[in-house]
Design a protein around this ligand. Structure first.
Ligand code: G3P
Ligand code: CA
Length: 268
């Protein structure tokens, strides 16, 4: 079972920061999950929420801000301040470290992965792509091409290093139209009758159910496998859920705690 670091090692460092992703690589994560959004001036940045209010000291929608606006904000202190209340966590904190506080562009994350001393995969989620009518996917595929994550012409053997995930089948179809070799992960919060038998939207390879779906419908994993799909489950932080995923033969777990999960699986 692969271990994917959700927003980086986001239990230990502020989510979606370079520090969180460096830690995830150090912790042995097989892949890094990140959410991407487009800024007003066309940059893909790694931010989960529509607005920056929760994870920074600023306010407003990512889509209404330019990269320079985001670069002036502190994306780390909200977590470090919360953790500083914990006397055990506090001594490790380096509050001045820009890698813990700066907004992260997808481009910078791709550089980090390119510089890693081992293979590290990426699981990139397009957030609210309908807002931009295809521009998120267009920019994403452009960047993936630039960093060598799309299939080179005439390559015989090629193993994808990136997966694109979305709750929007339309977004996955757009990526597939531009880069058919990049596997798509269809994220599901609920198991709708349409997909209960393990099938997925046309052309999508991987099922991405939330852990609650597996708790309620453990038989789903076998059904998806029978339909020819891998199953990547989010967000698996509790030891009992890791165990459930292992028992059911899940292919990958997406977790805020890659180190602990790898330990539990006997991988570290
Ligand atoms: O990896 C999928 C998972 O991240 C989806 O939920 O809200 O954390 O983006 P969310
Ligand atoms: Ca996500």
């Amino acid at each position: 079972m692969s271990v994917i670091a959700h927003r980086g090692a986001s239990e230990d460092a502020p989510e979606h920061t370079l520090a969180a992703y460096r830690k995830a690589i150090e912790d042995g994560a097989d892949a890094l999950e990140c959410d991407v959004r487009l800024t007003a001036d066309g940059h893909l940045v790694c931010v989960h929420d529509r607005r920056v209010n929760r994870t920074s000291n600023g306010r407003g929608a990512v889509s209404a801000l330019e990269l320079a606006d985001l670069a002036s904000l502190d994306f780390g202190s909200w977590k470090d301040d919360a953790d500083a209340l914990d006397p055990i966590e506090a001594p490790d904190r380096q509050l001045e470290d820009p890698e813990r506080t700066s907004v992260l562009t997808l481009e910078r994350l791709l550089e980090l992965v390119a510089d890693a001393d081992r293979r590290v995969e990426l699981a990139i989620e397009t957030k609210h792509p309908t807002r931009w009518a295809g521009q998120v996917e267009e920019r994403l595929v452009e960047l993936l091409e630039r960093f060598g994550h799309t299939k080179p012409a005439r390559a015989a053997e090629w193993i994808p290093s990136v997966r694109v995930m979305s709750f929007s089948a339309r977004s996955l179809h757009r990526v597939r139209a531009a880069a058919p070799e990049i596997p798509g992960v269809y994220l599901m919060q609920f198991l709708t009758p349409r997909y209960r038998d393990g099938r997925l939207p046309l052309g999508v390879q991987i099922a991405g159910p939330g852990i609650r779906i597996l708790r309620a419908h453990p038989e789903y994993v076998a059904k998806a496998h029978r339909a020819g799909h891998q199953v990547h489950v989010w967000t698996v932080n509790e030891a009992s859920d890791v165990e459930l995923c292992r028992e059911l033969g899940v292919d990958a777990v997406i977790t805020n705690r890659p180190k602990q999960v790898r330990n539990q699986l006997g991988l570290a």
